[in-house]
Design a protein around this ligand. Structure first.
Ligand SMILES: CC(C)(COP(=O)(O)OP(=O)(O)OC[C@H]1O[C@@H](n2cnc3c(N)ncnc32)[C@H](O)[C@@H]1OP(=O)(O)O)[C@@H](O)C(=O)NCCC(=O)NCCS
Length: 211
């Protein structure tokens, strides 16, 4: 089954375009079949790349005055993985060499809400990439479904790793250099460290600029 590319208009309507359609600032590397990519006409990119294996779906909403800039790589499928899904809400910003990986394991999904701000050098990885088994041969490191949920208005600081099976609720701030390994429940909290833990609660952050 061939892959399909759709442009989403401001009124939400979808128009199918040739998968070779050129987006300014975004290279799409189609490496498999049966993928569906939906990109809002207001999504902005600069120097970024989307790599797709088999049966992957990606939906990227309107970036408004923000975007995905300067060397961000988003990689779905690969190494036999199929049925992986990434959704990114509106007003998203990510820049400076970050990576989002949904590779190596099937049925992975990552959901990123609205108004999420991601600093430089952040890696979001929905699976461990390799298999760990217990003595009975059971796989013990499978990703949950969804593997990663990043809520609305979350700020992820510099050099952060987001591992599998993570949830960041509304308003979370992730301190620089943190390694996030689990689901958090408290909204509007700062989490930090390796492994990340709640360090402050009742915080409300705002953007000073759009990069
Ligand atoms: C997370 C952050 C925003 C919190 O700032 P804050 O509210 O002023 O918090 P504080 O500095 O009072 O720190 C609270 C506690 O968390 C700890 N902490 C803060 N940031 C930490 C981090 N990145 N890693 C580990 N621990 C951290 C502090 O040591 C302190 O611990 P204590 O209570 O035991 O003394 C800030 O520390 C941070 O990481 N800033 C960098 C943001 C960034 O990457 N910006 C790039 C541009 S987008």
């Amino acid at each position: 089954m061939p892959s399909q590319l759709f442009l989403i208009a401001a009124d939400g309507s979808r128009t199918e375009v040739d998968p070779k359609h050129k987006f300014e600032g975004l290279t799409i590397d189609w490496r498999g079949e049966g993928s569906v990519v939906e990109i809002h006409e207001g999504a902005k990119f600069r120097g970024s790349k989307l790599i797709l294996g088999h049966r992957s779906t990606v939906r990227i909403d309107d970036s408004r005055e923000r975007g995905v800039f300067d060397g961000v790589v988003v990689w779905l499928g690969g190494a036999g993985a199929v049925d992986v899904n990434l959704t990114i809400g509106h007003s998203f910003s990510m820049f400076g060499g970050g990576q989002i990986f949904l590779r190596d394991e099937s049925k992975l999904s990552v959901v990123i809400g609205d108004d999420v701000m991601i600093s430089t050098n952040v890696v979001i990885q929905a699976s461990d990439g390799h298999i760990i088994r217990d003595a009975s041969g059971e796989m013990v490191n499978a990703a949950h479904d969804p593997s990663i949920v990043i809520g609305d208005h979350v700020w992820i600081g510099r050099n952060v790793l987001i591992n599998k099976n993570v949830r960041l609720p509304l308003g979370t701030i992730v301190g620089s250099g943190s390694v996030v390994t689990k689901k958090f429940e408290t909204e509007n909290a700062a989490i930090a460290g390796n492994p990340a833990k709640v360090v402050r609660e009742g915080l409300f952050w705002e953007r000073k600029h759009n990069i």
